[in-house]
Design a binder for this molecule. Structure first.
Ligand code: SF4
Ligand code: SF4
Length: 440
């Protein structure tokens, strides 16, 4: 694609980066067929190619964002299916991240949207605040239907509906600690305990730590780590996202340069995509560029790490068929497609893949709150495809998908690592013991 940025515009490194991306696009439109919003809405402006044109026009003309571009960029899930499909290697992720930061700086949203976005940014990344908010949301849940009647209040209604009916107790595994290996030591890793996941389902990190320590891996939960910054990053709040990234880089580099780390283990693929991008996000910060690139290289999804080490024979071989739902951030963001399925098969599970596996379930960070109508259509489509597999349960690697799908799946849903932990000598996942997952 031809571009016409001035030399002065290109002196801004963010614009220069976007210009390089834009030039790669040959407007072939292959990406439209796999874009969930185009598939759902059928509007070219809600396709990757349409958004690329809108972003190009905004950046080239150096103009502030307007309602049209905000509408279509907001509808983008950042699922990155377009990047998997694109034959020209267009880095849509970095382009839309830049567009979102530009929107945040130049566009004044309606009051209710501003309040909702501010509340999400102030609450979700902080486990204590999130836990308190979930408690309040349970009380407000009966009013969700009433809020649904007003377009501007739909995000509030979506938030209330997504709040779980029961909040798990706080887990000691979320606190800074060193978990010693329970077999001959063969590695040392840090684990990101995360923000929302550690509140919604602490059992995921417990299973990860239990499994890794039984396999002889020392697991450290470092002092000072926190939310990866993905939630605010996707809202265009660059400074807040970079502050989260710097704090985590400091925490993990202290461990890496101290007792050493083989990997930083991530159990939510949405976080993994962002942490693997820290090197890019902090490339312009001389004090952090190098350290951030090293952290990105250390970042591994738990299934990616498990696939890289030798595993013993499984202890339990539950005769269950698992529908594996590959989160977008796993398959498109990190290109991890093979390892989770192979690990499940090796552990004795039969694995089925739902049709249209490339399409997002509609969770996408805070998307299911901010764009509830599109999100629900995508969720229902996903759930139909999962049900058609006839599996006994669903496994996936991202808490956002678990929360999104749980209530409608009609079968239990667990994190992949919880099944692996069970197969290799850990406890049966609580939701299987209960027979179903608590409604999300
Ligand atoms: S597939 Fe790639 S090159 Fe083709 S229109 Fe989409 S982004 Fe552009
Ligand atoms: S990230 Fe997903 S929703 Fe956004 S343009 Fe690409 S395919 Fe479409």
């Amino acid at each position: 694609m031809q571009t016409s940025f001035t030399a002065e515009q290109l002196s801004d490194p963010h614009v220069a980066e976007s210009e390089k991306i834009l030039r790669k696009c040959v407007h072939c439109g292959f990406c439209t067929a796999t874009c969930p919003t185009y598939v759902t809405l059928g509007n070219e402006l809600d396709s990757p190619r349409g958004r690329i044109y809108l972003i190009k026009d905004m950046l080239e003309n150096g103009r502030p964002a307007d309602e049209e571009i905000v509408t279509h960029v907001d509808r983008c899930l950042s699922c990155l299916a377009c990047m998997t499909t694109c034959p020209s290697g267009v880095n849509y992720m970095h382009l839309v991240d830049h567009a979102r930061a530009h929107i945040e700086k130049t566009y004044r949203r309606p009051l209710l949207q501003r309040l909702t976005r501010a509340a999400l940014a102030m609450v979700l990344p902080y486990p204590a605040r999130f836990r308190a908010a979930l408690g309040l949301a349970r009380l407000g849940r009966p009013f969700a239907g009433m809020f649904d009647r007003f377009a501007a209040l739909k995000p509030l209604s979506a938030m209330l509906k997504l709040a779980p009916s029961a909040i798990p107790a706080k887990s000691p595994f979320s606190l800074p600690a060193v978990h010693a290996p329970k077999a001959e030591k063969r590695g040392r890793v840090a684990i990101l305990t995360g923000c929302a996941q550690s509140v919604l389902d602490p059992g995921i990190n417990e299973a990860t730590i239990g499994l890794l320590t039984r396999l002889g891996i020392e697991v450290v939960v470092p002092e000072g780590e926190g939310c990866c910054g993905a939630l605010v990053h996707h809202m265009g709040r660059e400074e807040a996202a970079l502050a989260s990234a710097r704090r985590n880089v400091d925490a993990w580099m202290r461990e890496s340069e101290g007792k050493g780390l083989d990997a930083v283990i991530i159990t939510a693929s949405g976080c993994g995509t962002t942490i693997k991008d820290y090197g890019f996000m902090l490339r312009l910060d001389p004090a952090y560029a190098d350290k951030a690139a090293r952290v990105s290289a250390l970042a591994k999804d738990v299934t990616e790490y498990l696939a890289s080490i030798e595993l013993p024979a499984p202890v339990a071989r539950p005769a269950l068929t698992v529908a594996y739902h590959s989160a977008c951030s796993m398959q498109h963001g990190q290109k991890i497609t093979r390892q989770p399925k192979e690990l499940l098969q090796k552990a004795g599970f039969a694995v089925k893949e739902p049709r249209e596996g490339h399409l997002c379930c509609g969770s996408a960070g805070t998307y299911n709150i901010m764009q509830p109508e599109i999100s629900e259509k995508l969720r229902d489509r996903k759930v139909r495809n999962i049900a058609a597999t006839g599996a006994d349960l669903v496994a996936t690697g991202n808490i956002g998908c678990i929360t999104q799908i749980a209530e409608r799946a009609g079968m239990p849903i667990v994190h992949t690592v919880q099944l692996l932990d069970w197969a290799y000598g850990g406890p049966k996942p609580a939701v299987l013991a209960e027979g179903k997952r608590a409604a999300g």
